[in-house]
Design a protein around this ligand. Structure first.
Ligand SMILES: Cc1ncc(COP(=O)(O)O)c(C=O)c1O
Length: 385
């Protein structure tokens, strides 16, 4: 773990190196740059210029696995390290038998890479819940779980509208029907408490490039019972003793490393340790309250400006970002970007993401710049010209 232990959101903000002016409101897409990740990458380059780089890298892998296990209250033997969330979803599906229980229940609000993984499973049929426009409730899941459901895939927070579902309730219903539960927590990890036992999920995936304050190129997969059938996508790191280097033997350890494949992205590993160290020093319940307050304030302000914000009916059903309805979201994001305000356009919305480092001043700056954009571009809220 890096030497820095941050406990106060204000000191976290001081670790940010970008943007130098303006505000970073895009952690739902990409983490802001931090001193800690810069230092971790510098350390990686130093390690690269010395003998024993792979050993140093493996030490970082061990630290990253341990820190993530702690973050979600899991055991290190339940955590696999993979290149991205899509591969992690494939690994979770691998080895499942889609016979009688051949339905995978998911939603159009799922991140596409995860939904595509389910669509590509031979022998499985995907069932959708919620509307194609992205509306979704816990009840939509509950009403569609049947004895034919084999896997229920639930985003902890949806990537576009930041809808939070009652994962534990869905998991109870899924388990009662004999189905397993997969949770994509990419939009939740790092910005709200996550506990795999409280969620009662069988699999949970997240990547390090967003709220976990690392870089893209790395995902963690939690597996409740990691000693099931070994996945067919494998590699030397999926072996009982990777360092035995026996090409003729395909054995699998009885823990989550059996889900791993080949060499991970070294830079992302070093950055993950730095990011997880920052996150590990935060009180995530406090962070959650703080982001909820900021979202309420931002929504009120944007609504007063006539903007259309898609928001859950109550604060606990809203993740850490708000979705401003805007058909020209890329143009608005570019305008904000020129003023140092980094936001995240996606599918007809502009997402403004809050984190522990976000301040009321960031919200003011974004709202003022959005008002100026409307004035200059002569567009109306929602993006109509
Ligand atoms: C909810 C969610 N899941 C997954 C991903 C990324 O998936 P992958 O790591 O496969 O690129 C993202 C964003 O990039 C996301 O927002």
């Amino acid at each position: 773990m890096s030497a820095t232990t941050v406990t106060e959101p204000a000191s976290l903000r001081q670790r940010l190196t970008t943007p130098t002016v303006g505000a970073h409101l895009a952690a739902c897409s990409i983490a802001p740059r931090t001193l800690d990740v810069d230092q971790a990458l510098a350390r990686m380059l130093e390690d690269l210029s010395r003998p024993g780089f792979w050993q140093a890298c493996e030490e970082q892998v061990t630290k990253a696995r341990r820190a993530f296990a702690r973050l979600v209250s899991a055991d290190v033997d339940q955590i696999a390290i993979l290149p991205n969330a899509s591969v992690a979803a494939h690994q979770a599906a691998s080895g499942r038998r889609w016979r009688r229980a051949r339905h995978i229940l998911t939603t159009p609000a799922e991140f596409p890479g995860i939904a595509h993984t389910w669509l590509s499973q031979p022998g499985a049929r995907v069932r959708w819940c919620g509307t194609t426009g992205g509306e979704l409730t816990t009840g939509d899941y509950l009403s569609q779980i049947t004895p034919r459901t084999g896997l229920v895939s639930v985003p902890a927070v949806t990537y576009r509208d930041a809808i939070v579902l009652d994962v534990a309730r869905i998991a109870d219903a899924a388990h009662a029907a004999g189905a397993a539960v997969f949770v994509d927590a990419y939009q939740a990890a790092g910005v709200m408490p996550l506990d795999v036992d409280a969620l009662r999920c069988d699999y949970l995936v997240t990547g390090t490039g967003k709220y976990l304050l690392g870089l893209p190129g790395l995902a963690f997969l939690y597996i409740r019972h990691p000693d099931g059938p070994a996945p067919t996508l494998t590699g030397w790191l999926g072996r009982t003793d990777p360092h035995a280097f026996r090409a003729t033997v395909l054995d699998s350890p009885p823990h989550a490393r059996r889900y791993e494949t080949g060499t991970p992205a070294a830079a992302a590993i070093y950055a993950a340790v730095a990011g997880l160290s920052l996150i590990g020093g935060l009180d995530l319940r406090q962070v959650r309250h703080c982001t909820q307050r900021l979202i309420a304030a931002a929504t009120q302000r944007l609504a007063a400006q006539g903007e259309i914000v898609r928001l859950a009916s109550h604060a606990d059903a809203q993740g850490a970002h708000l979705a401003l309805v805007e058909s020209h979201a890329d143009a608005l994001a570019a305008w904000l970007g020129q003023r140092g305000i980094i936001a995240a356009p996606r599918n007809g919305v502009l997402r403004l993401a809050m984190h522990a480092y976000t301040t009321a001043g960031d919200i003011d700056a974004a709202c003022e710049a959005i008002a100026a954009y409307r004035h200059r571009s002569r567009t109306r809220p929602g993006g109509a010209r």
